[in-house]
Write a protein of this length. Structure first.
Length: 151
């Protein structure tokens, strides 16, 4: 950090997710009957927000310089895809997205320029279980509410 005015650069502590659509959202979906778990209180509250609180992947957990949590593709696939839909990750890296897609019965395609990461992603598909960390996903709303109601 530079101590002079106009040289300050904030630490980037978040990622952006863009959701883009083309055409009618419901076209071709009339025969699908999957339903989101809308009654799950924590899931509904967290998904309704424009900011998701997800803990980062611990250092050294995956042999990649910047892995992202599996909770991100997990949530996006649950919200925006059906089983057997095709999931594309053009920057697949260590294979978080393809691993989650594989475990949730989605067809997938991962692309990466680095052969070592393509090999790592292939290796992780069948060898590793998912690491969805429900306790690290969001704040415990009930605990927060009950704490303030007792004071």
């Amino acid at each position: 950090m530079n101590p002079y005015p106009k040289y300050f650069r904030a630490n980037i502590m978040h990622e952006f997710i863009l959701v883009l659509r083309k055409g009618d959202v419901n076209s071709g979906r009339t025969n699908r009957h999957e339903v989101l778990p809308a009654t799950h209180e924590e899931f509904t509250k967290e998904i309704a927000n424009s900011v998701w609180h997800i803990a980062p992947v611990p250092p050294g957990h995956i042999e990649h310089p910047c892995p992202f949590p599996e909770e991100i593709p997990y949530r996006l696939m649950k919200l925006y895809s059906y089983k057997s839909d095709i999931i594309l990750d053009p920057f697949n890296g260590s294979g978080q997205t393809t691993k989650v897609a594989h475990n949730f019965a989605r067809r997938y395609m991962g692309i990466d320029l680095m052969n070592e990461y393509v090999s790592l992603a292939k290796l992780r598909l069948d060898r590793e279980s998912l690491h969805i960390r429900p306790d690290a996903l969001i704040a415990k709303w009930q605990k927060i509410q009950s704490h303030y109601m007792t004071k």
